[in-house]
Design a binder for this molecule. Structure first.
Ligand SMILES: Nc1ncnc2c1ncn2[C@@H]1O[C@H](COP(=O)(O)OP(=O)(O)O)[C@@H](O)[C@H]1O
Ligand SMILES: [Mg+2]
Length: 239
C-alpha cells in the first residue's frame, strides 16, 4: 500500500463535494478515478495533493499520516500533480519550464539543464525544447506538464484529465508514455473521462458520484457494474 484515504470529506459551504471517500492505492499501480462531471474527482485529488484540507478523514502515504500538509510539503514527500487546465510559464521556453521544476523540485541536481533535457527526451519532445510554452500545442503542453511533474522525483503522480483534448491518433503514444512513467517506478492516480485511456492503462478504478465512492475494483468489473452505468447514463438506460 502506497496511499490510503479513509473517510475523506470536503465541503464548500453547504455542499459536500467529497463524502466519506476511502481508497487504497498500491505501489506501482495506475489507479483511475472516474465519475460524471461535478462528482468531486478534482476536489478529492486536491485533498490528496494538499490544495484543500479535508474537514474529515485521514490520508496516509507510505505509512505516514499526511492529512492537511501543504502542497510544498507533499511535493517534498514525493507527491506531484498536474492540473486539469495546464499551467506553465508561457513566456519561457519548454526546456526552461522543465528546468524551473528541476531546480525547485526538491532534489538537488549538479546539472539541471542536462536533467531537464533527459526528462524532455523521456516524455518525447526534445524537438520543441526551445519553443515558448505559449506556442505549444495541446499534446506538447501535456508532455511538458508531465516532464515538470517528473522533475520533482515524485513517487506518486496525480493526473487530472491528462488525456482530455488529445485526438484519437495521439492517444496510443500518450498511453505508452503513461505506462513508461509507471514502469520507471512512479505510482499514478488519474482522473479520466476518455474510456480508451481508462481501459488501456488503469489497473483498478474507483467511481465517484455526488461526492461518494460508489464502486472500486478492476476496470472490467467496474464498467459492468449496473450502479456505475446508472450514474453515467441515468436510470432509464439500465436494464
Ligand atoms: N472551489 C470551489 N468552491 C465551491 N464549490 C466547488 C469548488 N470546487 C468544486 N466545487 C463544487 O464541488 C463539486 C465537485 O466539483 P469537482 O471536484 O470539480 O468535480 P469533478 O472534478 O468530478 O468534475 C461540484 O459541485 C463543484 O461545483
Ligand atoms: Mg475535475
Amino acid at each position: 500500500m502506497l496511499l490510503k484515504t479513509e473517510g475523506v470529506e470536503k465541503r464548500f459551504g453547504g455542499l459536500v463535494a467529497v463524502k466519506d471517500v476511502s481508497i487504497t492505492v498500491n505501489k506501482g499501480e495506475i489507479f483511475g478515478l472516474i465519475g460524471p462531471n461535478g462528482a468531486g474527482k478534482t476536489t478529492f485529488l486536491n485533498c490528496i495533493s494538499g490544495f484543500y484540507k479535508p474537514e474529515k478523514g485521514k490520508i496516509t502515504f507510505k505509512e505516514q499520516e499526511i492529512t492537511g500538509l501543504s502542497p510544498t510539503q507533499l511535493c517534498h514527500k514525493g507527491i506531484a500533480r498536474t492540473f486539469q487546465i495546464v499551467r506553465s510559464f508561457p513566456k519561457l521556453s519548454a526546456l526552461d519550464n522543465v528546468k524551473v521544476a528541476v531546480v525547485y523540485g526538491g532534489k538537488q541536481h549538479k546539472n539541471p539543464e542536462k536533467h531537464a533535457k533527459e526528462l524532455m527526451d523521456f516524455v518525447g519532445f526534445n524537438a520543441a525544447k526551445d519553443v515558448l510554452a505559449d506556442n505549444l500545442n495541446t499534446m506538447q503542453l501535456k508532455r511538458l506538464e508531465l516532464a515538470r511533474a517528473l522533475a520533482t522525483n515524485s513517487e506518486l503522480l496525480l493526473l487530472d484529465e491528462v488525456a482530455a483534448g488529445l485526438t484519437p491518433s495521439e492517444l496510443p503514444d500518450f498511453i505508452d508514455l503513461i505506462r513508461r512513467i509507471r514502469d520507471s517506478g512512479v505510482t499514478i492516480i488519474c482522473i479520466e473521462h476518455v474510456m480508451k485511456f481508462i481501459m488501456g492503462v488503469c489497473d483498478r478504478i474507483a467511481v465517484l458520484n455526488f461526492g461518494a465512492k460508489i464502486a472500486e475494483g478492476a476496470v472490467e468489473e467496474i464498467l459492468n457494474n449496473p450502479e456505475v452505468m446508472k450514474a453515467y447514463l441515468g436510470e432509464e438506460n439500465v436494464h
